[in-house]
Every structure is written in structure tokens, then in C-alpha cells.
Design a protein around this ligand. Structure first.
Ligand code: ACO
Length: 325
């Protein structure tokens, strides 16, 4: 008998306000053509002034619980992958816990930037397998619009706000996971020597301000293509699978060209890739669960499908998860 974790529901939330590439071109020297050609992005959502990361995280969590048919009272673990907590402390996760009117179990934030959701699933998977949690909410939520220097065209055109969530439960199986639904494996990595390629130039112990995103775009692009191809190969190899076995690739939605390069390296059909970057831009930790939820709700992802998720972000951090829905 072994314990495995299973994804039983998903939910997502996007702020109402849409900012198009043309809107940005009114502020900085850019164009819809340049942004779309280099990134695939056409528009992004931006949180209202009084809308915070915990508000979006709560909405996504609520929808995931409804989708799963799980009572919030059953949740004993909440992990929020975020780089943009409402406050320096307490964690956004405890604010979500309070909004759900829960006071048991554990809730904490996890900071792995754009890889936060994959890292969160990996940690929840471990806690479920060890018997410390039975029902977990893993949320990716970010308001990166608050970390943008809107006059810097090299970063302001790339990001958007949103939240996505999944409910994970533990299941005891006599003969291992086999072809049952559940998490086959997760893989997480980091290399702190590359921190200067993508960082925020503020923080509580340095400037006391949250700061702005700074990035060496070309270098990040190169590392993303290499690291993502490597971690995807690692996930497939560990499970003795070929890329042809994957029903859906749900990649971090940073840039369509990064996604296309990874898909090509894997030899995967582009029809099997879930793309939301054109509508959402890069929503950091929210991007994978937002894309996952979109593809589940429009009927593309069905029960029994094998899904590969992968992400890379500041740190650098990167990771992958192989999941049967
Ligand atoms: N509009 C118009 N021109 C621009 C813009 C803009 N928004 N931004 C930069 N340019 C200009 C530059 O100033 C430069 O002009 P110059 O040749 O006169 O100096 C020219 O365009 C080319 O700039 P590059 O930075 O070389 O352009 P590149 O082809 O590398 O594209 C981009 C830039 C889109 C940022 C790309 O490097 C990229 O996507 N990198 C990955 C970054 C990323 O996705 N980060 C997210 C977090 S990490 C992750 O999630 C994987």
C-alpha cells in the first residue's frame, strides 16, 4: 500500500481590467507588432487598485474547491506560490486561510518566482505522501504589475496579473499509481549563481521598498530553453516515457518563442500545447494553473490525460511535474 497525491479540481481568477499592447504603446516606445512577434503576447490583465494577491488567490481557491466538490473544511494545507504577497508578512496563504474561514492545518507562501506553482505542487506531493496532509490547496497568484517600472519597455510589456489553484488529495493504492490519476513525479531545480539575470531591485532588508523587475532578457531566454528541455527530459526518463505519450504540455506562459523552442526540442505536436500567453502575458506563479484550468474548462483536458507542466523563473529556478488527470 502506498500513498499518492491526486489533482481533483482546478480554478482560476483574472482581474477585469484588460491592457492591450496598443495601450502600452501610448506610454512607451513599443508596438503591438514588436510585442506579438517577440513574445506572442497581445494583452494582459491588471489588478484593480484595491485588489490584492490574496483576493485573487482566494477566488481561484474557491473555484478549485467547487470544481473538486471538496468542502473547504477538509483542507489541511495551503501553499501559495507568490512573489507579490499583500504584505511582507504574514503570508498570503494565511490570508487565504482566513478568507476560507479555516483555522486548522498549515498555510505558508513559497517563493520560487515563475516556478512557484511547480515548487508548490512538489512540496504538497511530499507532504501528502508522508501522511502529513490529506487535502491541499496549491495556489499560484501574482500581481507582478506592482513590480513593474511602467516606463521600462523591456519589462513592462511582458507581465500580467492573475491566480490559479488546484486541490490535491491523498489516495492509498495497493499496487502503486500505475495508470490511476495522480502525480507521477515532480522535479525542482535552482542555480543561485544566475540570480542577477532576473531580479527585483528592492526588498525588506535592502531598500525597504518592493523595487522593480530587472532582467537580461536574452540570457534568460537562453537558460529557459536549455533548462526546460533538460527538466522535461528528466521527467520523461524517470517515468520511462517518450514525449509522444504526453496528451498535453502545459508550460509556463512567459514567451511563445520559448514554448515553441521547448516543444520543438521535445518533438511534440504544437496542437498538444496549451497556450494562454497571448491573453494573459506572463502571470508568474499563476501562469500554469491558469492555463491548466482554461484547458480543463473548455474540455481539452479530460480524465485520464497525461499532462506535463514545466516552468522557469527568477533565481534561477525551474521544474516540471508529470500528472495524470
Ligand atoms: N518594444 C520595442 N522595442 C523593444 C522593446 C519593446 N517593448 N523592448 C526592447 N526593445 C528593443 C531593444 O531596446 C533593442 O533595441 P536596439 O537593438 O536598438 O538596442 C531591440 O528591441 C532588441 O532587444 P533585445 O533585448 O535584444 O530583444 P530580444 O529579441 O531578446 O527580445 C525579450 C526581448 C522579448 C525580452 C526576450 O529576450 C525574452 O523574451 N526573454 C525572456 C524573458 C522572459 O520571458 N522573462 C520572464 C521571466 S523568466 C521566465 O518566465 C522564463
Amino acid at each position: 500500500m502506498s500513498i499518492h497525491s491526486r489533482l481533483v479540481g482546478s480554478g482560476s481568477y483574472l482581474p477585469e481590467k484588460i491592457v492591450t499592447n496598443d495601450d502600452l504603446a501610448e506610454r512607451v516606445d513599443t508596438s503591438d507588432e514588436w510585442i506579438a512577434a517577440r513574445t506572442g503576447i497581445r494583452q494582459r490583465r491588471v489588478a484593480a487598485e484595491n485588489e490584492y494577491t490574496s483576493d485573487m488567490a482566494y477566488e481561484a481557491a474557491r473555484r478549485a474547491l467547487d470544481d473538486a466538490g471538496v468542502d473547504a473544511a477538509e483542507v489541511d494545507l495551503i501553499i501559495v506560490g507568490t512573489t507579490t504577497p499583500d504584505r511582507t508578512f504574514p503570508a498570503t496563504a494565511v490570508q487565504v486561510q482566513a478568507k476560507l474561514e479555516l483555522n486548522g492545518g498549515a498555510a505558508f507562501d513559497l517563493q520560487a518566482v515563475c516556478s512557484g506553482f511547480i515548487y508548490g505542487m512538489s512540496v504538497a506531493d511530499g507532504l501528502i505522501k508522508s501522511g502529513q496532509s490529506k487535502t491541499a490547496l496549491v495556489i499560484g497568484a501574482d500581481t507582478l504589475s506592482r513590480l513593474l517600472d511602467w516606463d521600462d519597455r523591456s519589462t513592462s510589456v511582458l507581465f500580467g496579473d492573475g491566480a490559479g489553484a488546484v486541490v490535491m488529495t491523498g489516495v492509498e493504492l495497493e499496487n502503486g499509481l500505475g495508470t490511476e490519476s495522480g502525480i507521477l513525479s515532480t522535479h525542482i531545480h535552482s542555480d543561485g549563481r544566475l540570480a542577477e539575470l532576473l531580479y527585483c531591485d528592492g526588498g525588506p532588508s535592502t531598500t525597504g521598498q518592493s523595487g522593480f523587475i530587472r532582467m537580461q532578457g536574452k540570457e534568460v531566454f537562453k537558460h529557459a530553453v536549455t533548462n526546460l528541455a533538460n527538466v522535461v527530459t528528466e521527467a520523461l526518463d524517470e517515468n520511462g516515457l517518450e514525449s509522444s505519450a504526453i496528451d498535453w504540455l502545459v508550460p509556463h506562459q512567459a514567451n511563445k518563442r520559448i514554448i515553441d523552442s521547448t516543444t520543438k526540442k521535445l518533438g511534440m505536436d504544437t496542437d498538444k500545447v496549451v497556450l494562454t500567453v497571448q491573453d494573459h502575458a506572463n502571470t508568474s506563479a499563476a501562469s500554469i494553473p491558469l492555463a491548466l484550468d482554461a484547458a480543463r474548462r473548455d474540455g481539452r483536458i479530460k480524465k485520464g490525460d497525461l499532462i506535463l507542466m514545466e516552468a522557469m523563473g527568477g533565481g534561477l529556478t525551474w521544474g516540471a511535474a508529470l500528472v495524470r488527470w
